[in-house]
Design a protein around this ligand. Structure first.
Ligand code: AGP
Length: 609
């Protein structure tokens, strides 16, 4: 999604702005631009359709001494990616410039009103109305003009505004789209994501909904839209620069796949009470007797997080015998869901900013339901608005295709399922055994990663195929969905995930010698059934790549390729079966020459509906 960076201080602003934009590239974008306030010489802007490299070409060999400016990467919603639609946008006199993340829902009405007032519009964007509104109310005080303008706006925004008359000031405001103010020494920053400014400062103030910041090189003041002064809470950012750099890997995705032994260890650190065979999840803010009373659970999420939710459904239902429903957040919010105070709702989100998930959370809270979050980004909107929850502690995930965040989500769900199971029917002894199995997972992931070359060789044989089928049963059916999603996201190959037995009700028609079929066939309660499904594929000359349990030598004779994973409790197997699928997708995408970390059309955090 879109990204914002702003700088005011005594250094040259442009290199800082462009470096910030580069660090936001992972969020996905299709055009970029910046504007600088040149002391006494108006605003100077450059924009381009395409990547930041195009901007760099435009500025090559030119001097940009300005020490104050804002920049933006745009992910098109209203109007195609083009120079004219790229941000910043300007008022009629080219004195005020604005960049915006989010969507202005009442922009048509505002535009009609402004056109009546004589404003001329150049772009197809919703954003342009904002800058004209600010112009309409500007009487020498930029913050005040922004405040009045925003009082007329419906929708979501994170904005940064500069004006040629207030050369040192950036006005930033947030409603539904994250924004952070970074504190430096004699300089200050604004960004939509702290990673954009981390190179310069680790002191940050996360703006809250409805807050407006007036940022100058000397300091900043934060007020609410109603003009109430706020005391800024300066937080020390725990993220480090190495976490958001590739560290020798060719892509963030590969780095993040390889980080999983560590990130999974971080997810469970301090959370497993081996003596009592029970996970410790204090963040849930629920006592044991409250957990026992839960009669129904809904889990809602999008994309990969939704796949984790489906795995959670299998785990919680089997271990705790509590009915679980999993809903796409985008559907949940618009279909009058039956929720009440006896229903516990979990929302899962890596970014904690996904618009649909956030809206589902608010819907459920309005209905009086307790909403718990499983989030990766600490302090994100979802983390803040939930009644409690569990952080996944996977660390910053930069690759657009989620890998380590997914396995950490599944790990958290496993601990929740076991905790609820221990409240109901799982004995302490069984609890201890399962905790030991969970504790062994990071090391087992490490073992799978050692077979990377074997997986790469399989990728070399199949990367030119245009279709893939992924099959799994039980708890590995969602793992098959996730494997297929990984492949389609980054390689643009059409890939479908199915419950293995469902294949014969339709998808079997697709199978011929050109169809690679990835089958998760582990030694679990449905193993024999999956073997029959493999036979059905082979009878139609499909090429089977099996993910099998270590020690299952028989399967090697039945399929073209086998990738082994270590044995664990059957409900925990997706934590292992997904690793080869991530690597397979990665190597296929690399061989096809795809932009693995920034796949076309995708955004890391989808903050619009
Ligand atoms: C994952 O590979 C995807 N890029 C995407 O499906 C993602 O999982 C989805 O947009 C939800 O994001 P969230 O977890 O940040 O809410």
């Amino acid at each position: 999604m879109c990204g914002i960076v702003g700088y005011t201080g005594n250094r040259q602003a442009l290199p800082i702005l462009l470096d910030g934009l580069r660090r936001l590239e992972y969020r996905g974008y299709d055009s970029a631009g910046f504007v600088l306030a040149q002391k006494g010489n108006g605003l100077l802007a450059e924009k381009c359709a395409g990547k930041i490299t195009c901007l760099e070409k435009i500025i090559e060999g030119k001097e940009y001494p300005a020490t104050h400016g804002i920049a933006h990467t745009r992910w098109a919603t209203h109007g195609e990616p083009s120079v004219i639609n790229a941000h910043p946008h300007f008022d009629s006199k080219h004195e005020i410039a604005l960049v915006h993340n989010g969507i202005i829902e009442n922009y048509r009405a505002l535009k009609a009103y402004l056109q009546n007032q004589g404003h001329k519009f150049d772009t197809e964007t919703d954003t342009e109305v904002l800058v004209h509104l600010v112009e309409e109310y500007y009487e020498g005080d930029l913050t005040e003009a922004v405040r009045i303008a925003l009082s007329q706006v419906e929708g979501t925004y994170g904005i940064a505004v500069i004006c040629s008359h207030s050369e040192d000031t950036i006005v930033a405001a947030r409603q539904g789209s994250p924004l952070v103010v970074g504190q430096g020494d004699g300089e200050n920053f604004v960004a939509s994501d702290v990673s954009a400014i981390l190179k310069h400062t680790n002191r940050a103030v996360y703006l809250r909904e409805g807050e407006i910041a007036t940022v100058t090189s000397k300091g900043f003041e934060i007020t609410t839209r109603e003009k109430i002064k706020c005391t800024p809470q300066i937080e020390k950012v725990s993220m480090t620069l190495d976490q958001i750099e590739k560290g020798g890997y060719p892509h963030f995705m590969l780095k993040e796949i390889h980080e999983q032994p560590i990130t999974l260890g971080n997810t469970i650190r301090g959370r497993l009470n081996f003596e009592e065979g029970i996970p410790r999840l204090n963040g849930l803010n629920l006592q044991y007797d409250e957990l026992r009373k839960i009669e129904r659970i809904i889990i809602t999420a999008c994309g990969t997080s939704w796949h984790a939710a489906l795995i959670g459904e299998y785990m919680i239902e089997e271990m705790a015998r509590v009915p679980v429903e999993v809903e796409y957040a985008s559907e949940f919010r618009y279909r009058s869901p039956i929720i009440d105070e006896q229903t516990l709702l979990f929302v899962i989100s890596q970014s904690g900013e996904t618009a649909d998930t956030l809206a589902a959370l608010r819907e459920a809270k309005n209905a009086g339901t307790t909403v718990l979050g499983i989030c990766n980004v600490v302090g994100s909107s979802i983390a803040r608005e939930t009644d409690g929850g569990v952080y996944t502690h996977a660390g910053p995930e930069i690759g657009v295709a989620s890998t380590k965040a997914f396995t950490s989500q599944v790990m958290v769900l496993a601990t929740i399922a076991l905790l609820m199971g221990r409240m109901r029917q799982v004995s302490p002894v069984k609890g201890m055994e399962l905790l030991n199995q969970l504790n062994a997972i990071p090391g087992q992931v490490e073992t799978i990663l050692k077979n990377e070359d074997g997986i790469k060789k399989i990728a070399e044989q199949y990367y030119q195929h245009n279709n893939f089928l992924y099959l799994g049963r039980g708890v590995n059916y969602p793992a098959a969905l996730e494997g297929a999603l990984k492949l389609k996201e980054i390689s643009y190959i059409h890939a479908e995930g199915y419950p293995a037995a469902e294949m014969k009700h339709g998808p079997i028609a697709l199978i011929d010698e050109n169809m690679p079929v990835v089958v998760i066939a582990l030694k679990d309660p449905v193993y024999d059934k999956v073997l029959s499904n493999i036979e059905e594929v082979k009878a139609r000359h499909g090429n089977v790549i099996a993910i099998a349990s270590e020690g299952d030598t028989d399967i090697a004779d039945k399929v073209k390729h086998v990738i082994y994973v270590p044995n664990t409790y059957h409900l925990f197997t997706p934590l292992l079966s997904i690793i080869p699928l991530q690597l397979l997708a990665y190597y296929i995408a690399v061989l096809r020459g795809c932009d693995v970390d920034q796949p076309r059309n995708l955004a890391k955090s989808v903050t619009v509906e």
